[in-house]
Design a protein around this ligand. Structure first.
Ligand code: BMA
Length: 333
């Protein structure tokens, strides 16, 4: 293994929310002591708030949040924070602007990701097109007006996660072809687009690993990949099927910078798994589902946002050089 210290390629984020690793902790990622940062009832309509995406914005933070309302309809709400930890959420869901009524029909949306690319913020989410899950896409400049584009793929697909810059001149997205239910399979694929409308050149990237515990049933990309000197750092979820149902953990991988469907390394053990009460008890027990990460290139700090038990939002922290060393030292790729 190289002794070079690996770093984040990207902007500094001096106000990244952060807590040092607790003394005596030997995990590569550690939880925020004030978890969960978003309770299920932060806004009156919410049954639960989880699997959500945040991003730096005008010196503060904004996010797109999965809110399952008290009708148990899955909605996307915008939210704001001064510090990335204490959040205000809009009471009303996002209303996307879209001039095609067929695409505009909003049945439900969930598991959003938010990504800045070049000149705007893109939002991807699992969108019900005619009731069938695929990847919805929209952009915004101000988190007030959201302009919806064509769905990226045919049904059935979930976990659409964009790369934060064009790769070889094309927009790039990871996704996870699925079925119309609680999909008992799932691998991560890479696709590219010249225009955010037409997606192609699909490539297999990473698969579930049969017989490999926490990532044996299916996997899906989590936060927007972080560019590092060792490759794209991808935090992803993996699912184990236990006698009591699905169990969702998080692992990490390094992908080739120019050909990100090529996996350099991926963790054999998970880096975070459901173990705290708010991860093990909730509407869907034993789910830890990361959808966003903030990164500070100046310090190598990474703050991960994840859904706990399909009910609340929690945070965890890691340090890029430590995580990359961990991935390489514990790789199964
Ligand atoms: C997946 C998605 C996630 C959810 C998970 C566990 O299929 O629907 O939103 O967190 O199941 O229920």
């Amino acid at each position: 293994m190289s002794n070079d210290k690996q770093t984040i390629i990207g902007p500094a984020l001096t106000n990244i929310p952060w807590e040092d690793k607790p003394a005596g902790c030997d995990e590569v990622a550690w939880r925020y002591s004030g978890n969960p940062v978003i309770p299920r009832d932060l806004i009156p309509c919410a049954n639960s708030i989880f699997n959500s995406a945040v991003i730096p914005f005008e010196g503060k933070f904004v996010g797109v949040f999965r809110v399952d309302d008290k009708r148990r309809h899955m909605q996307l709400h915008c939210g704001q924070s001064e510090d990335g930890i204490n959040w205000r959420l809009d009471n009303e869901p996002i209303e996307f602007i879209c001039d095609d009524p067929e695409i505009a029909e909003f049945i439900c949306g969930y598991d959003p990701r938010v990504c800045w690319i070049e000149d705007r913020y893109y939002i991807t989410w699992c969108n019900a097109y005619r009731g069938l899950p695929t990847i919805g896409v929209a952009w915004t400049l101000d988190f007030k007006e959201f302009h919806q584009l064509e769905n990226a793929f045919l049904p059935f697909n979930r976990n659409g996660v964009m790369f934060p810059r064009k790769i070889n001149g094309k927009f790039a997205m990871l996704s996870r072809p699925s079925d119309n239910g609680h999909t008992p399979f799932g691998d991560i694929f890479y696709s590219e687009s010249p225009d955010m409308c037409h997606w192609g050149k699909h490539r297999f990237a990473m698969g579930a690993l049969s017989g490999q515990g926490w990532q044996a049933t299916k996997i899906g990309a989590g936060p927007i990949p972080i560019e590092t000197t060792a490759g794209w750092l991808l935090i992803y979820h993996g699912v184990l099927t236990s006698c009591n149902g699905f169990n969702y953990s998080a692992g990490a991988a390094l992908l080739d910078i120019d050909e990100p469907w090529k996996v350099i390394a991926r963790t054999e053990p998970y880096i975070l798994n459901p173990r705290e009460t708010y991860e093990c008890v909730g509407d869907v027990p034993n789910v830890l589902f990361p959808c966003a990460a903030l990164a500070d290139a100046a310090t190598g700090r990474i703050a991960i946002y994840y859904g706990g038990a399909d009910t609340v939002v929690g945070m965890a922290f890691t340090q890029v050089d430590e995580l990359i060393d961990f991935i390489k030292a514990n790789s199964i790729a």
